[in-house]
Design a protein around this ligand. Sequence first.
Ligand SMILES: Cc1ncc(COP(=O)(O)O)c(C=O)c1O
Length: 126
Amino acid sequence: MQKYEVDQEQRDTPNSLEYVDALEHALDKNEVTLFFTESPTNPFLRCVDIELVSKLCHSKGTLVCVDGTFATPLNQKALALGADIVLHSATKYIAGHNDVLGGCISGSEKLISAVRTLHNIFGWCS
Ligand SMILES: Cc1ncc(COP(=O)(O)O)c(C=O)c1O
């Protein structure tokens, strides 16, 4: 991430008081552009309170991105809970047979257009 001049801080144990305190502290201390989390997490299947973290992050102007791969879009509606961007690795439960590589990203047209532009610039498949 340093290559892209991105500072990052990692935390485990979502939803513990310590985790929420650390998030509030990080949001207060830094100009945080994006909060990224898996929910449920791999490999421990810990679930994040997406509504809570979205409220905290949005109060500081921070975007929220949730990787919902392990829940599938059927079982978790992160956008409805307040997230700005949702990712799914379609390689896993969506495809289901371990024979497909893919992924999907959802969010507002504005955000997804920006992601698409970066895809084009960096040359990833889009
Ligand atoms: C939660 C989660 N998201 C994304 C990925 C990456 O998926 P892919 O193999 O499709 O790149 C993984 C891989 O283990 C994962 O556990």
